[in-house]
Design a protein around this ligand. Structure first.
Ligand code: NDP
Ligand code: 8X3
Length: 243
């Protein structure tokens, strides 16, 4: 479980421990992982891990304690958006950061854990994509691009996994509140709060419920992708410049 220190990841970790899973909870903020372990008990193993640290990701399977090395479920949740400006006004460092975490980190940890799943002929990779990977919007530029990558990567994994019992699912949520996503993206808590003003967005518990459902389905059923939006959201159509 990547990105378990906040938002979706924390809710998914709590839900899965409640459902009887043993969960390896990762993220950079060690103190939050320790707090989660304190509240959820020995079924949760806190592992401080930076998704941008390629060496740590490659070493991960072998560095896990005895009894935790056979990872059956990977929830690729860690990720971020930085900025909402037009491409021509964006900081390229923000773009690179999103690519590093949302794409490079995700494929590294998948590459580290997938062979074990295939060898054991059991496992499930659930990635958290986004509606931003399907629907373009003003300021979505590289963030949406990273989530489009995730969507196609997950579809392609299904092709490669055909014949094994390892499953792969991309979960593509739209507007979601109750996480730090907009605080990180906008770097301004007031602006972040305004994103959700007078809306009823999807909550982290809704995401956790969906992940738990996908994982709990019988082994012969693979949910390829789920696109989910709050009832208060829909696609907005195409834009036209006049004059
Ligand atoms: P949060 O900001 O609340 O949580 C993001 C999590 O990712 C944190 O636990 C953070 O941990 C972790 N993370 C970020 N960068 C790194 C890194 N370099 N190394 C390790 N962990 C990292 O956001 P959400 O819960 O909302 O987002 C979770 C996922 O859902 C993301 O992939 C996001 O793109 C996606 N998503 C979010 C939507 C929304 O509206 N909220 C909608 C659709 C998809 P730490 O900082 O401790 O390292
Ligand atoms: C998060 C949803 O619409 O902010 O992935 O891109 S959106």
């Amino acid at each position: 479980m990547t990105g378990a220190t906040a938002g979706f990841g924390k809710a998914i970790a709590e839900r899965l421990v409640g459902d009887g899973y043993r969960v390896i909870a990762t993220g950079r903020r060690r103190e939050r992982l320790e707090a989660l372990a304190g509240s959820l008990g020995p079924a949760l193993l806190p592992v401080a891990l930076d998704m941008d640290d390629t060496a740590a990701l490659r070493a991960l399977p072998g560095s896990l304690p005895e009894g935790w090395r056979e990872v059956d479920v990977l929830v690729n949740n860690a990720g971020l958006a930085l900025g909402i400006g037009k491409a021509q006004d964006s900081a390229v460092a923000d773009w690179r950061q999103m690519i590093e975490t949302n794409i490079a980190g995700l494929v590294e940890i998948t590459h580290a854990l997938l062979p074990g799943m295939v060898a054991r002929d059991r496992g499930h990779i659930v990635s958290i994509g986004s509606t931003a990977g399907t629907y373009p919007y003003l300021g979505g530029n590289v963030y949406g691009g990273t989530k489009a990558f995730v969507a196609q990567f997950m579809r392609n994994l299904r092709c490669d996994l055909l014949g094994s019992r390892v499953r792969a699912t991309n979960l593509e949520p739209g507007l979601c509140g109750g996480s730090e996503f907009s605080n990180v993206r906008l770097r301004d808590d007031d602006k972040a709060a305004a994103v959700y003003q007078d809306t009823h967005p999807i909550q982290p518990e809704d995401i956790a419920e969906t992940v738990a459902w996908v994982l709990g389905l019988p082994g012969h059923v693979n949910i390829n992708r789920i696109e989910m939006m709050p009832t208060c959201q829909a696609a907005g159509g195409l834009a036209v410049a006049r004059g």
